[in-house]
Design a protein around this ligand. Structure first.
Ligand code: AMP
Ligand code: FES
Ligand code: ZN
Length: 294
């Protein structure tokens, strides 16, 4: 098995792209993809100061590393923000990983503690701890980013996250939610601009990238995490249809033509057709006896 890029020994098989790469070429491949998407979707603007939300998990570690690599090309500057949510040993481990990574990359790390606002997630005694936590994360990230004069907040949301959320919201009929997950959403009022540079990268790609750059990432799951059946479902679809996750997310955000196309009719039978002679008439001419019923 040879690496498609350098011809060396391939270690990674990417079914979605139908290629095999060595670890080193995978790193280059990944960074190129993120760079291309950042250009194509105009995710950042020249001179922006970006606040990178760093949880310590593989996605945000991948994010901060790749943004740090691309920062000069895009003329941006970055700082990290870690939220200490007050989840016992899980939070301490996450914070120490963020410290180690930021020290290695020479990036300023800011830490905001939920306890400074009066409570910790481990004190929350309701059934849906995650939704209280999600709300606290969005609130604190937004407020910190705005109050410290950043131009945008970057998060490590990936294609798996966006797709999972899409299905959940679709079933619930919240179609307007799709727009909120775009690669870049502009701020308004007290809400800051949000960017998601890894929106087309999968769980698998982010894990492989973090491995290829030799940085630590939080290996343990939050104790409140629940098994998400949607993740399993989209993984099963991806197994059957490699590339499904990325194609789906890419198409979710494709620019849609606003005005309706002008309706045209087939010049032979008069039925609706977007070409001069409709497919049916062409088939009749091709396979039939040449007679067309009008
Ligand atoms: P999650 O909401 O856990 O799926 O995480 C989505 C993204 O939110 C991560 O990739 C991070 O960018 C950010 N994030 C989550 N938890 C934290 C945290 N404790 N501190 C800073 N950023 C976080
Ligand atoms: Fe918030 Fe798990 S990280 S509940
Ligand atoms: Zn290679």
């Amino acid at each position: 098995m040879k690496c498609k890029m350098c011809g060396g020994k391939a270690e990674i098989r990417l079914r979605a792209y139908r290629i095999q790469l060595c670890k080193n070429c995978f790193r280059v491949f990944y960074e190129r993809r993120v760079e291309d998407d950042m250009k194509k979707y105009r995710i950042v603007r020249n001179g922006e100061r970006i606040c990178v939300a760093l949880s310590g998990g593989k996605d945000s570690i991948a994010l901060i590393h790749v943004l740090n690599k691309l920062k000069d090309k895009f003329k941006i500057s970055i700082e990290a923000l870690h939220l200490d949510l007050g989840i016992g040993a899980y939070s301490s481990k996450a914070e120490s990983i963020c410290r180690e990574v930021c020290q290695k990359l020479d990036i300023k790390l800011n830490v905001v503690r939920l306890s400074d606002y009066g409570f910790r997630i481990e004190d929350v005694d309701v059934k849906k701890v995650c939704s209280v936590c999600g709300n606290a994360k969005r609130y604190l990230m937004n407020r910190f980013t705005r109050e410290n004069g950043f131009d945008a907040l970057a998060t490590g949301h990936n294609a798996d996250d966006i797709l999972t959320n899409f299905f959940k919201n679709w079933i619930a009929g919240n179609m307007e939610w799709i727009d909120k997950q775009r690669p870049r959403t502009e701020g308004f009022d007290k809400i800051v601009t949000r960017i998601r540079p890894l929106f087309l990268r999968t769980d698998q790609e982010n894990s492989l990238y973090v491995e290829s750059i030799n940085l630590p990432a939080l290996g343990i799951k939050c104790p409140y995490a629940v098994v998400d059946k949607w993740r399993r479902i989209i993984d099963d679809i991806e197994k059957e249809i490699p590339g499904f996750k990325q194609n789906f997310v890419r198409n979710m955000f494709k620019e849609r033509k606003k005005d309706q196309k002008k309706i045209k009719h087939c010049s032979i039978c008069g039925e609706v057709s977007n070409v001069e002679t409709c497919q049916f008439c062409r088939n009749v001419m091709r396979f039939g006896k040449g007679k067309i019923k009008h």
